[in-house]
Design a protein around this ligand. Sequence first.
Ligand code: AQP
Length: 325
Amino acid sequence: MSRIFSGIQPTNNLHLGNYLGAVKNWVNLQKDNECFFCVVDLHAITVYQDPKVLRQNILAAAKTYLALGVDPKKAKIFVQSDVKEHTELAWILNTVAKISELERMTQFKDKSIQHKSNINVGLFDYPVLMAADILLYDTNLVPVGEDQKQHVELTRVLAKQFNHLYGETFVAPESLVNKFGARIMGLDDPTKKMSKSAASANNYVALLDDPKVAAKKIMRAVTDSGSEIKSGSGKPALTNLLTIYSLLSGETVKDLEKKYIGSGYGAFKKDLSEVVEEFLKDFQKKYNNISDAEVLKVLNTGANHMRGLAEKKMKVVKNKIGLLV
Ligand code: AQP
């Protein structure tokens, strides 16, 4: 049994990429591991969020975890800002992290281009807070999409640097990246990952999109030149659509390729749009049955449990660096 930590930012409605690259994996992992799944709201504010919308998005993210199958009897679900030790440890790790290491982070570079008018210190420091989230709980494994692998690598570096300076304190975690579906690409641009904060809503299928609207997004998705339904190099759009189809339907990409020999893109996309529509209808039925009171209770229980672990760990950390405890 491993200890597992992962989180998603409540920056907008979660999308198919968040599900297929992250939460789907969590649902499997919770069976045999000690799992902590967090709504990382303090990460979200590194890009300006409307306060009223953020509040709704935090609850929506937690409800989404539940509706996708994360089971509070098996895993702890909580909100990052409910456990103040995350930021406390982030400050301490800041004194170990090197600016030159943070400057190499791809997400920081990408987001600095995307949010030119607000390249704030938090955006730069994001990976250190993420390291704190992970190290605070002696996490062994961090299930993430391909895009977050670099941050987990940095977490390992920080754990080792701290241990070297102050003695064995932190577990150096490993990232757990799905072989398949780790990087779901944008529907409007299959060379970039599907992202909640993409400029166009046609980039993603949000899990709370009207199922009919989502079906239309699939029909409008960019395709590759030619007409063959095939994945592989030179076919980034079809590779992405086949990946989504396979992960949602359980059919392998090979079987899907066979099934659509001789069919055009239109027929393939029509079927995929129906698969997506059905998936969203089923998900939203579950989502709409979860009340605010129910999710708040789950978050409260989760936060209480996590606070206990976090307080204990912070005592150890403070003691190691010579603070009074
Ligand atoms: N397109 C994706 N394919 C596979 N996995 C993905 N993840 C995100 N996008 C994809 C995985 O989902 C988890 C949570 O990610 P996040 O929301 O905390 O941050 P992010 O990676 O920055 O996701 P977005 O959608 O791009 O959010 P914004 O636009 O707000 O920055 C992670 O495990 C991530 O790998």
